[in-house]
Design a protein around this ligand. Sequence first.
Ligand SMILES: [Zn+2]
Length: 384
Amino acid sequence: MKKALKIFLVIPAVAAIIFFGFVPQMIDKSMNVVSKKPPFPKQKYYDSIPFIADLHCDALLWDRNFLKKNDHGHVDLPRMIEGNMAMQVFSIVSKTPRGINIENNDDHTDQVALLSFAQLRNPADWFSIKTRALHQCEALHDLAKNSDGKFRVITNKKDLQKYINDRQTNHNITAGMLGIEGAHCLENDLNNLDKFGKAGVRYIGLTHFFDNEWAGSAHGVKKEGLTEKGKQLIKKMADAHIMIDLAHASQKTISDVLAYHNGPVVVSHTGVKGVCDNNRNLTDAQIIEIGKHNGIIGIGLWETAVCGTDAAATAKSIRYVADKIGVDKVALGSDFDGAIGTHFDVTGLPEIVAALEKQNFTRAEIEKIMGGNIRDFFLRNLPD
Ligand SMILES: [Zn+2]
């Protein structure tokens, strides 16, 4: 009888240890694959590029010790410093549907709830999308606190300017900024915008993989445009100096935002139909209109963004945007750690530099594309 009781208790305990101890890391490892082996050779001038930056990564979704060098995934603090990365925007993923695809998704399922449970995150995160998103914001600030001064979270112009000055003499520091992927985490309440603003969020992608109460997604069921509430949201965002990210937005949402909003927009991680024609990428007309809005377009590293996964594919789409709206409005939007397979992690960005050289960009142009444009865009558009 005792033996039966022991088995009854031990088997679930062992199963729980295996599940909670290994499954989240297994998911991370299998979803954020790097196909080439480091180290990645650097150009002679690579480490003297003053400001390398990237508009989008999803590293906060995973349970990884960000302060240590990991042998999997794409981004952590030591690898950012090794890759001479000055600033990475950390975007918050708070709900994704089962069977995720770029054509058609509803909002009935919530894989991030299951992941939060498997990661044994705060139980409030299992049930509240807003809470899990706010906890990811806190996590980035905690990393800064625990980094011995090596990592800062940038939220305003003054801090960015100070950081740029400090980094001129010290490349062993790096920085992050917060963005949101999908305004569904506002839980349909405009007042929640202030909470995310206070938490340091500086851009918000209106939609992620499904239509929400604010706007239609490129991958949603109806793919409609801005709703009346969505129009109120973008006005309030402009007043709060929180930028609009058009990545994942439906065609109609993109047109509506560009019609109702005069200020600059971000497309944090995307591709262009002129190189890679699918549902999630920008048309020529959209690229030109974003240019007129003084926006910035971040080109990704993954298959559906650039129809390839090597640096040459990314550089080809960068060349396409630069030829349409100028070299000052295009940047990197890698989507590192966004459940994508890439050739390299953040230490492999010299491969992008080499591919940009092959696209006949000058050294000065390469410095802009690799991060100078992002630095200047945020210097213009962050709150004081
Ligand atoms: Zn995304």
